[in-house]
Design a protein around this ligand. Structure first.
Ligand code: PCD
Length: 793
């Protein structure tokens, strides 16, 4: 293997000190079972909290009797919404300026909603006591289908909002309606299609949970919680719960996967805090799998109508879409507040268009809240699906090759920075080589020949393509904030006297390997081994403020902050080196790890020598303080725009309608690569997500609003059995504004893969006259499509 262990990074010219394949430092702890996850936290005297959830989707609460539960010998407290209301804590703000019930007071609005909680001496007693709570529900008609949510006479869900008479959540529009209509009117070809991006769930391995420890003596709250954004959560707790911010410490320990689902603040966290304040004891709350699936943030749930306009020769002119968004009972979307539809505005994709327009309506339904960016920079997954389905649909209509049609319309390198018709400025891109590389890796021409042969024999083989541009790395802070908190990130770097270092970050790894890659960034910039750099994160007492890890923003934002902090340290080191070597600072040249006198490479001092001098007793140059450290708050100039070209090959069994992903070729471009091994892992994970969404995953509900996918027996996740050996490749187009040229990669494959798979299935079924099908492409749906049965609504 060419994956070096950290110790193999040595200071010589053969082996790079910074970027490159390197095994993950954190895995030393993880493979030995030495991680510390939320549920591993054990405090003396700790109590356990369990939440009672609504069994129905929509009902008025007529009465609650908690007396039997309170009488349970191991129960310390039973709390209802009414009791929270007395403390003004029954409702909390969501990240998108709506409110959400912590515990229901008036009504329950989705199955699984939090209604009461019990605190007991152990986990079992807490669960047992839930059964002793007696609640009287007056059942109301639920609103389950987003299409009927605005029908006259539909039951109103948000009766808590004064004057609210319907289930309208928001309207949103982008692009130019008139300009787009004009282009459509004069286009030679217009193709349209209806599509559903079903409700799915991030379903991380570790569910959500918290341990709250409120110290009544000095009024200090320590909260271990499964959060992707510890600093933002702390500020919001201070604003909502009224505990002063400096008295709150949020610790995000090891996290077993986030995938966007751990960005929101969930009622359970607040309940744990309340429980600790009223009992004076530490309190642990951990969800089980069903609670996680049924009550925490869902993703997608967009019903889209797409229209694409083109010339007969395949020149794409414009795209237009109408979206109906199902937001569930509360608008719990975690997105920069100016963007209620997230970054859906990038639905113009990777093509040079004359016009684009999107109109969206969002509604409330009696389903769990959310709209989280599950491995998706805020709704880009939906946007990429829309355009990539439409482009393949157009190829189908014009009888053109789907790869050639894309090549004809991709943006050209000289068009960057490129402003889209919806106002996004793509920083850099060189798309054609990426597409060509994917075609080459796939052996595209040969695959098409093979397909023709198989078709002639009646076999169902399909080749699907997608080309995507993602927008990752939110800020800049002038455009992007979450509840008023600007999206910039702090970083602190301290080099110790012996030349090892500690870097303190505002972002928090959930499995991405930050303890390795951020050490590599410092190593690259300072020329010290990555093993000599400790990465501290996930603890608000130990790290500078910043908005957290999601939207693949860690490398674009905090990665830039880390590089700039290291460069500040280097600038100071240069001054100290000039004193040590008694030459002017301008006569010094930096070569990884040391300053040399220009023209005399034998005279040099290493960064370790400089660190000792910086902390030592010797003289420092005038105006230079002792110590070797730096602090940066990085406000990105723009998002970074990674891109990729994906090709999927499927075979469909004509007798069972089972789809088999035979091959999947992914060529990604995330600019400068810090750790290609980790990048490969990120891509593998995202592609697996894509197979899950395309073929298996959907949160389903019956007409009463019962969630039908509350366990992993029904909510199907992909395993090694459903995925092929991934074939990955890369091109490198650096970001011009990022100090390292790096772009994010974490979500690219999840975003780019579903349309490639769906396009492949439709391509396979084309001889049967199939032009559209909705995810998940389960055997029964494919079977129906093969027999011309109309799609489910
Ligand atoms: N990188 C490199 N290079 C480049 C880029 C990147 O190397 N150029 C690497 C880094 O450093 C890291 C990774 O890779 O380590 C990633 O990164 P990014 O892209 O920056 O991202 P982040 O921020 O870090 O992360 C985040 C993401 C997300 S967002 C998601 S979903 C998912 C992903 O991440 N999640 C997860 N991936 C993952 N993995 C794991 N393991 N786990 C998890 O959980 Mo969202 O918004 O939240 O929905």
């Amino acid at each position: 293997t060419n994956d070096r262990t950290p110790a193999e990074f040595v200071n010589n010219d053969q082996k790079p000190l910074g970027f490159g394949r390197m095994l993950r430092k954190e895995d030393r702890r993880f493979v030995r079972g030495k991680g510390t996850f939320c549920d591993d936290v054990q405090l003396p005297g700790m109590l356990h909290l369990a939440i009672l959830r609504s069994p129905v989707a929509h009902a008025r609460i007529a009465g609650i009797d908690i007396s039997a539960a309170e009488a349970h010998p191991k129960v310390k407290a039973v709390v209802t919404g009414a009791m929270l209301a007395e403390r003004n804590l029954a409702w909390m703000p969501t990240l998108s300026n709506d409110v959400q019930a912590v515990l229901a007071t008036d009504k329950v609005r989705f199955q699984g909603q939090e209604v009461a909680f019990v605190v007991a001496e152990d986990r079992y007693a807490a669960r047992d006591a839930l059964e002793l709570i007696d609640i009287d529900y007056d059942i109301l008609d639920p609103v389950i289908d987003a299409r009927t949510a605005l029908s006259p006479g539909a039951p109103v869900i948000r009766t808590d909002v004064p004057g609210k008479e319907n289930n309208h959540c928001f309207d949103w529009e982008t692009g130019d309606a008139e300009e787009t209509a004009a282009v459509f009117a004069s286009a030679e070809v217009v193709v349209s299609e209806d599509m559903v991006y079903p409700r799915v769930h991030p379903a991380p391995l570790e569910t959500c949970g918290a341990v709250a420890d409120y110290d009544r003596v000095d009024g200090r709250l320590t909260l271990w919680s499964t959060t992707q954004a510890p600093h933002a959560h702390r500020t919001l707790y201070a604003l909502v719960a009224g505990i002063p911010e400096h008295k709150i410490r949020v610790i995000s320990p090891d996290i077993g996967g986030g995938f966007g689902g751990k960005v929101p603040i969930y009622p359970g966290y607040i309940c744990a805090i309340v429980a600790s304040t009223i009992t004076g004891r530490p309190v642990k709350w951990m969800e089980d799998r069903s609670e996680n699936l049924t009550s925490t943030g869902f993703a997608r749930d967009y019903i889209m109508r797409g229209e694409i306009a083109a010339n007969r020769d395949g020149r794409i002119l414009a795209i237009r879409t109408n979206v109906l968004a199902d937001h569930g009972a509360f608008n719990g979307v975690a997105t920069p507040v100016k963007y209620p539809a997230g970054f859906f505005g990038v639905f113009t994709g990777s093509y040079d268009l004359q016009a684009a327009h999107c109109k969206m309506t969002a509604v409330y339904t009696n389903k769990a809240p959310g709209g989280v960016a599950y491995a998706c920079s805020f709704r880009i997954t939906e946007a990429v699906y829309l355009i990539e389905r439409m482009v393949s649909r157009l190829a189908d209509e014009l009888d053109l090759d789907a790869a050639e049609l894309r090549l004809k319309n991709l943006l050209r390198p000289q068009q960057f920075p490129y402003r889209t018709k919806t106002g996004w400025v793509y920083d850099s891109g060189d798309y054609e080589p990426t597409m060509r590389k994917a075609m080459e890796l796939a052996g595209y021409a040969e695959l098409r020949r093979e397909q023709a042969g198989r078709r002639a024999r009646g076999e169902l083989m399909g080749i699907g393509i997608s080309f995507f541009t993602e927008a990752v790395g939110a800020g800049p802070r002038k455009d992007m904030d979450i509840l008023g908190l600007g999206m910039a990130d702090g970083c602190e770097l301290r080099v110790h006297p012996t030349g090892t270092a500690v870097v303190r970050l505002a972002v928090q790894t959930q499995g991405q390997g930050h303890e390795t890659t951020f050490a590599q960034i410092i190593a690259e910039e300072l020329g010290i081994p990555p093993d000599d750099v400790d990465v501290v994160h996930g603890d608000t007492d130990q790290t500078p403020f910043g908005l957290g890890t999601y939207g693949s923003r860690s490398t674009p934002v905090s990665g830039a902050a880390a590089a700039l902090a290291a460069r500040k340290v280097r600038d100071k080191a240069r001054l100290i080196a000039s004193a040590m070597l008694e030459v002017s600072a301008t006569d010094l040249e930096w070569r990884k790890g040391a300053f040399h006198v220009a023209g005399d490479p034998s005279t040099s001092v290493t960064i370790q020598d400089i660190a000792m001098r910086a902390h030592g007793s010797g003289d420092l140059p005038d105006g230079v303080e002792g110590g070797l450290e730096a602090q940066v708050c990085y406000n990105p100039e723009n998002l970074t725009y990674p891109h990729g070209a994906y090709i999927c090959v499927v075979d469909i069994d004509p007798d069972t309608a089972q789809v088999k992903v035979r091959r999947f070729i992914a060529v990604d471009d995330c600019g400068t690569q810090i750790n290609p091994m980790i990048i490969d892992g990120q891509v593998h994970g995202g592609l697996t997500d894509g197979v899950g969404m395309a073929l298996m995953e959907m949160m389903a509900f019956d007409e009463d609003g019962n969630c039908l996918t509350g366990s992993l027996m029904d909510y199907l996740l992909p395993t090694a059995l459903e995925v092929p050996d991934w074939e990955t490749g890369y091109t490198v187009t650096p970001s011009p504004h990022h100090p390292l040229g790096a772009k994010g990669i974490g979500e690219c494959a999840t975003v780019g893969s579903p349309p490639a798979i769906v396009n492949a299935v439709i391509d396979a079924l084309r001889p049967l006259g199939v032009h559209a099908i909705d995810m998940p492409l389960t055997p029964s749906r494919v079977w129906d499509a093969m027999r011309g049965v109309p799609r489910p609504p």
